[in-house]
Design a protein around this ligand. Structure first.
Ligand SMILES: Nc1ncnc2c1ncn2[C@@H]1O[C@H](COP(=O)(O)OP(=O)(O)OP(=O)(O)O)[C@@H](O)[C@H]1O
Ligand SMILES: [Mg+2]
Length: 147
């Protein structure tokens, strides 16, 4: 099942993400899909607000992961843009975040397509599509695999 909403501004995307975060339970992995500038990090900022995280949320482009532990649950925000494989992510010690038995909180993952196979058997995919300058389509879908 896919749920689609339309956002007409940066603020609206943050509000949608904020509302969604309020419904989330731990552990959950959420993949944020979308082109450069689609609004993935903007979504993460609103999501953090929904978990009552007061820290400034910035893009983890260089650190690959930023963690926020002051909210209703832990938030781990990843940007896999600079990685090229699941193995690379595992070498960096990120495996425990993508195993639902050890994850304590919620992962938001930008560019998960660069680390194929890392995500757990069940995750949520949020796809942001740029329609025009300020308009985005935001689609929510449960995804995963079975062996
Ligand atoms: N409806 C909207 N929702 C989200 N962002 C919007 C919207 N309209 C305009 N924008 C603008 O689009 C940009 C989105 O940037 P953001 O950093 O969130 O993208 P991103 O998907 O994380 O990109 P990257 O792949 O580079 O990390 C911001 O400059 C924001 O102001
Ligand atoms: Mg980003």
């Amino acid at each position: 099942m896919q749920i689609e909403v339309e956002s007409l501004s940066e603020d609206m995307t943050m509000n949608i993400a904020e509302k969604y975060a309020k419904s989330i339970t731990s552990p959950t992995v959420i993949s944020l899909v979308g082109d450069l500038g689609a609004g993935k990090t903007t979504f993460a900022k609103g999501f953090a607000r929904g978990l009552s995280i007061k820290d400034l949320v910035t893009s983890p482009t260089f650190t690959i992961m930023n963690d926020y532990k002051s909210g209703r649950m832990n938030l781990y925000h990843f940007d896999m843009y600079r990685l090229t494989s699941k193995e690379e992510a595992l070498e960096l010690g990120f495996g425990e975040y993508f195993d639902l038995r050890t994850l304590d909180g919620v992962c938001l993952v930008e560019w998960a397509e660069n680390v194929k196979g890392l995500l757990p058997a069940l995750f949520v995919e949020v796809t942001l599509t740029k329609i025009d300058e300020n308009k985005r389509k935001i689609a929510f879908e449960v995804k995963g695999w079975v062996k």
